[in-house]
Design a protein around this ligand. Structure first.
Ligand code: PLP
Length: 406
């Protein structure tokens, strides 16, 4: 890289990742980031450097990625509309498939209207910044997703954090919020690194006590919790406990995009004020067609949701019985805590030797003493896959001395 003085100022910052990778991914067997996986369309197995592994860290919770009906949905939209949407939604980019998808999002979530963004990230950033501004207060759970945090920063509102899943602390935070201005509380339904669930009824009560709106990110909940995969409200017995629901089309729904569902006036406001909606191209037709088809499959096949829940519970049970820590996970996301960043990489490498991929999540995404493998169970995993994964995780944990008495 050029030695100019201008570049010299930048160098220390961009060198940091090189040093970090040199320590963590010191040889090819330890490589965990940016690995190009050879995906098999109909199975949870992947190929890396000619070797076949059982993937246990993918997001396609319902096993619908590669499902023929979803592929056909993408193909039909591709054939009908082509590869791109020709512009932003407010101008030339709106297609019938976008409107059908938004109607399906609203119906699936039991809300009056829906809006679809280019990604879940864009949905969070755009929605939060379109609703809040200077003088308003946003209170977020300490473990909320980065896209929520970035949306809060962009909004210019005052940002407060409360302790993870602690309604009493939220109450304290809201007590000290200024009397005027909007109050918005934002939580994840299912925390993506821990797999635990927000205590929605208690959070709702605190919000009501303080005239605060409650927004919930269902990225890891749609298709995963609740008897039919409707997410956190269904998990807690139904009813409209959430003011603004938001999620992604890139996990249980195996496409790209983000969504918001809520009252019609709210969605109308977002269509004209959410900057990623207004200033970024509309979802590509095949992506919208795939998402629409997947939501319809999900509505027709709730057994997938129940199957994932059972498989995840079985894997967690198997691991916990042998003394493996899985924090407070109660969903398809199962953290296998290793400790330091290095320990998580050692554990991932050992799992790979046993034929299974569990990807490490390290600081700053998680506290630096709680680095872990982040496991995600999907409907693509058979009972045999779960047994095989469980045995591999335990054998590797023994080798890495992660089990009690180890
Ligand atoms: C909780 C949560 N919200 C939002 C997102 C962003 O979704 P997308 O990948 O569609 O941008 C993610 C992605 O991992 C997530 O975990």
């Amino acid at each position: 890289m050029t030695a100019s003085r201008a570049w010299q100022r930048l160098l220390p910052r961009i060198e940091a990742i090189r040093h970090r990778l040199a320590a963590l991914e010191s040889d090819p067997s330890r490589r965990n980031s940016f690995v190009p996986y050879g995906v098999e369309r109909d199975s949870p197995y992947v190929t890396v450097d000619g070797e076949r592994y059982l993937m246990m860290s993918g997001y396609s919770y319902l096993g619908l990625s590669g499902d023929q009906r979803v592929v056909d949905g993408a193909k039909a939209a591709l054939e009908q509309y082509g590869t791109g949407a020709h512009g932003v939604r407010a101008l030339a980019g709106s297609l019938p498939v976008h409107e059908e998808l938004e109607a399906e999002v609203a119906r699936f979530n039991g809300r009056a209207a829906g809006a679809v963004f280019g990604s879940g990230y864009a949905a969070n950033v755009g929605t939060i910044a379109a609703l809040c501004g200077p003088g308003d207060t946003i209170v977020v759970d300490k473990y909320d997703h980065a896209s929520i945090v970035d949306g809060c920063k962009l909004s210019g509102a005052t940002i407060n954090r409360f302790r993870h899943n602690d309604p009493e602390h939220l109450d304290l935070r809201l007590r000290s919020a200024p009397a005027d201005g909007l109050r918005l509380v934002i939580v994840d339904s299912v925390y993506s690194m821990d797999g635990d669930i927000a205590p929605l009824p208690e959070l709702r009560k605190v919000c009501d006590d303080h005239d605060a709106l409650l927004m919930v990110d269902e990225a890891h909940a749609l298709g995963v919790i609740g008897a039919t995969g409707r997410g956190i409200e269904e998990h807690f017995g139904g009813g409209d406990l959430v003011d603004i629901k938001l999620g992604t089309l890139s996990k249980a729904v195996p496409s790209m995009g983000g969504w918001v569902a809520g009252p019609a006036q709210l969605i109308q406001h977002l269509r004209y004020h959410a900057r990623p909606f207004l200033f970024s191209a509309a979802l590509a037709p095949p992506q919208a067609g795939a998402a629409l088809a997947a939501l319809r499959v999900l509505a027709q096949e709730p057994w997938r949701v129940q199957f994932v829940q059972q498989q995840a519970a079985r894997l967690r049970g198997l691991l916990n019985d042998a003394g493996m820590r899985t924090l407070a996970s109660e969903t398809a996301v199962i953290p296998l805590v290793a400790g330091s960043d290095q320990a998580a990489y050692d554990y991932a490498t050992a799992c790979r030797r046993h034929g299974v991929i569990g990807l490490p999540v390290v600081s700053p995404a998680v506290p630096n003493t709680l680095a872990r493998l982040r496991i995600a169970v999907t409907a693509r995993h058979s009972a045999e896959d779960i047994d095989r994964a469980g045995q591999a995780f335990l054998a590797a944990a023994r080798e890495c001395r992660l089990l009690p008495g180890g």
